[in-house]
Design a protein around this ligand. Sequence first.
Ligand SMILES: Nc1ncnc2c1ncn2[C@@H]1O[C@H](COP(=O)(O)OP(=O)(O)O)[C@@H](O)[C@H]1O
Ligand SMILES: Nc1ccn([C@@H]2O[C@H](COP(=O)(O)OP(=O)(O)O)[C@@H](O)[C@H]2O)c(=O)n1
Length: 245
Amino acid sequence: MTEQHPTSTDASTTPDAPVVVAIDGPAGSGKSSVSKAVARRLGYRYLDTGAWYRALALHTLDADVDPEDSAAVIGSLDAFGGAFTVSLDPDVTAFTLGDRDVTDEIRGPRVTAVVSAVARVPEVRAWINETFRSLIANVDRPGIVVEGRDITTVVAPDAQARILLTASEAARMARRSAEFESHPAGDVAEQLQRRDRADSRVVDFMNAADGVTTVDSTHIDFDETVDAVVRVTESLTARNSHGSR
Ligand SMILES: Nc1ncnc2c1ncn2[C@@H]1O[C@H](COP(=O)(O)OP(=O)(O)O)[C@@H](O)[C@H]1O
Ligand SMILES: Nc1ccn([C@@H]2O[C@H](COP(=O)(O)OP(=O)(O)O)[C@@H](O)[C@H]2O)c(=O)n1
């Protein structure tokens, strides 16, 4: 795993801290694809937090650990931390577990079916969040776009730009089904709904918290969504860098 140095992400009090763009939203709202494009546009790093939960889920499956067995999942965290590596480069999507490239496997249905079970364990979330804070604090660019479910509220509540990226359930299902053309659309939609329901019991990513700006991509295309998020980011960053929060 990348080095761990737990620190605060309160950029408002640390002069050289990176600009943090925090993006939350439900499955299929466009978080990964839009965040990557925004990071590229701004010359920032990109952190896909869902990939961590997905890779941990795969790690437990590989080790024959029941993802529903919280104590066993917690017990596997250190080994996972020693084995998992990520790319923070928005142009390079690469995740490895040990020697194995798991970039595609962690997005597959076997992992998607169990990821919510490992993500609901508070000790898992605390461990993973410390790692995220460390990665953010040590980033080697002027900023980083971090996307997930609890970035605006828990991981980086002091981020200069905090955005909730939403889209109607129908739009999200259609987008996800288009990505997994070989799977029956009904199965993809049902899994997306089930996962959102399970994840919503742990963190609220359907409603914008105080100070969080909503970007609704239901009726705009991908490029328009990227433009909207860049615009909101630049305006919030300019405002928040002048200490007027
Ligand atoms: N505004 C948009 N209009 C149409 N398709 C979009 C839009 N935003 C994202 N997409 C597409 O929707 C799919 C799901 O996006 P993704 O970034 O994987 O979502 P998430 O990370 O929130 O699950 C991708 O194929 C992406 O290219
Ligand atoms: N910050 C985060 C990110 C993801 N997750 C969990 O990880 C899973 C996969 O996240 P993801 O962002 O890859 O999912 P998609 O929205 O891309 O389908 C989610 O279903 C949540 O269970 C989380 O709990 N908190």
